[in-house]
Design a protein. Structure first.
Length: 276
């Protein structure tokens, strides 16, 4: 009898649990999807420094006009972007202001021909040597050109000389270099590049290299290009601020040489002022 009571009590308790469970069976509450806003990606280019330029006497502006309102007949005007393939056809010959093209890996070393020291003065160009990449030896400029016969040469020379050479000697030395290159590689297209500007801090050194004499020399280079049947390119114009000096962000800190960003500006200018 006692066992029956125990079994009955157990059954009642079990029934109570089942009823409670059924009565509390509610629809589960959905957990909302976590909202997630990914961090914003900055797709805007950084603010560019001022690039407008009012040239001083002897210079040319970014649109290719000289100070008297005319464009030198030898000056390359704006074109469609010729692309990286165009740049790959070029050899750059010059002084320490050209050396940075390979130092900053803007161009392969095979395209940048400068002396090992980096220094190439216009007044001794006839005896100067450059490091010829295929042989990794120093050879005279015209020997290298005669062996390689590149499609294009971009010549950037003259900053080592503008403070001490008058117009006649500057033009005489520059023309001599160009004509000697033409004699060993007549099919090479020569682009006479403008001398790059310097910063105000460099002008303050008082060593005679300043933007006034550079602008004057660039005017001579444009005339030399016309005389020799070559082309002049005013890449310096995109490196200058409204004061006519090198924009600080384009310099490497010493006031006269470009950094990678400065060289990239020059490369873009060459591609959009192509010699086709």
């Amino acid at each position: 009898m006692k066992l029956k009571h125990v079994l009955l009590s157990a059954m009642i308790i079990a029934l109570i649990f089942v009823l409670c469970a059924c009565g509390g069976d509610k629809e589960p509450t959905e957990t909302p999807e976590p909202s997630y806003a990914p961090p914003a990606v900055n797709t805007e280019a950084p603010d560019s420094p001022e690039e407008s330029y009012a040239p001083s006497n002897g210079g040319t502006s970014d649109n290719g006009t000289s100070n008297n309102g005319s464009t030198p007949s030898s000056q390359l005007g704006q074109t469609a972007d010729a692309g990286s393939e165009y740049l790959q056809k070029m050899v750059f010959i010059g002084d320490s202001t050209t050396y940075g093209l390979k130092a900053y890996n803007v161009l392969p070393a095979s395209q940048v021909w400068t002396p090992t020291s980096g220094t190439l003065a216009l007044f001794n160009q006839s005896i100067a040597t450059i490091l010829y990449p295929p042989t990794n030896t120093e050879v005279p400029i015209t020997d290298a050109v005669g062996m390689a016969k590149p499609a294009y040469i971009v010549l950037t020379i003259g900053v080592n000389g503008v403070s001490m050479m008058d117009e006649d000697s500057f033009k005489s030395q520059y023309i001599d270099l160009v004509t000697r290159i033409q004699s060993v590689s007549p099919d090479t297209k020569i682009i006479c590049n403008s001398i790059y500007p310097v910063e105000a801090s460099y002008e303050a050194k008082g060593n005679g290299i300043n933007n006034a004499v550079i602008d004057r020399a660039n005017g001579w280079i444009a005339e030399i290009a016309a005389t020799t049947g070559t082309k002049y390119t005013d890449s310096a114009s995109v490196l200058k601020g409204s004061d006519g000096k090198l924009i600080h962000e384009y310099g490497n800190g010493d006031g006269i040489h470009l950094c990678a960003a400065g060289f990239e500006r020059v490369m873009n200018y060459l591609k959009t002022h192509a010699y086709i």
